[in-house]
Design a protein around this ligand. Structure first.
Ligand SMILES: Nc1ncnc2c1ncn2[C@@H]1O[C@H](COP(=O)(O)OP(=O)(O)OP(=O)(O)O)[C@@H](O)[C@H]1O
Ligand SMILES: [Mg+2]
Length: 229
């Protein structure tokens, strides 16, 4: 579904991603793990086209999208939930969702369908985004990315700073999406959450993938060495 080949990324002179190769199989969840500052967000932004890659290629469904701007990747079925959620604080929940429509090529997901997935959004429809709790904003950010019916969803630390009951709620939604054959790339530092959802994993350290494989074959002790501080 998504093939990443030898991707290098820089911020000025600092080498942020080094020769990233990654295969994301369709219909399952791939977890991208790693400590603070190893390049997880940089990788997702590069995949989405927010940062043009310095070298290497990003292939989505067999098409080379490396040079496409992010809106064109979105039109092709890539969805992105950024770290920190990036909700528009002065827009209502419904208006924040409407922003997601611009990413669609075909018909959008109806509001009712999204509210069924996230019942909290129904009661909050006319509230301002900025007045929601962090967990509610996270759910809104995921719902906004689903408006355009992406086939691939890139999620950057959806559990960050969120209370356990909401984390469960988000886990439930992601499982529903996987049942609907949506492919997920999940950036996480919360290992247990990733283990429950993902089929494959890759661990980043200083801009490089240092471990990868099937979740069932993950050596948790070894993985923790790359994750714990
Ligand atoms: N816009 C930027 N300009 C310059 N350097 C950056 C920029 N964004 C990130 N970096 C640097 O690139 C490296 C990777 O950052 P990145 O945000 O991708 O890490 P991360 O794995 O997502 O971390 P976290 O878990 O804290 O979100 C870090 O050293 C960071 O300081
Ligand atoms: Mg990050």
């Amino acid at each position: 579904m998504l093939n990443v080949r030898a991707v290098d990324q820089y911020y000025g002179g600092s080498h942020a991603l080094r020769g990233i190769d990654l295969e994301v199989p369709a219909g399952s969840c791939t977890a991208l793990l790693g400590r603070n500052g190893v390049g997880k967000t940089t990788l997702l932004r590069s995949l989405m086209g927010e940062l043009p890659v310095r070298s290497g290629a990003v292939i989505f469904d067999g098409e080379d999208v490396t040079r496409l701007p992010s809106w064109q990747r979105a039109r092709r079925g890539m969805g992105y939930v950024p770290q920190g959620r990036e909700i528009f604080p002065r827009l209502t929940v419904a208006e924040n969702l409407a922003v997601g429509e611009s990413a669609a090529r075909g018909p959008c997901a109806p509001l009712g369908e999204l509210e069924e997935l996230f019942p909290i959004l129904r009661t909050m429809r006319n509230r301002r985004g900025g007045d929601l709790s962090g967990g509610q904003q996270q759910q809104l950010a995921i719902a906004r990315a689903l408006v355009s019916r992406p086939r691939l969803l890139l999620l950057d630390e959806p559990t960050e700073g969120i209370q356990p009951s909401t984390i469960k709620e988000i886990g439930r939604v992601l499982r529903t999406l996987l049942q609907k054959k949506i492919t997920i790339v999940l950036v996480e530092q919360y290992l247990e959450f990733a283990l429950e959802l993902a089929e494959h994993y890759a661990i980043l350290s200083r801009g490089e993938i240092v471990m990868r494989g099937k979740i069932t074959e993950l050596d948790a002790a070894q993985a923790r060495r790359h994750l714990a501080l």
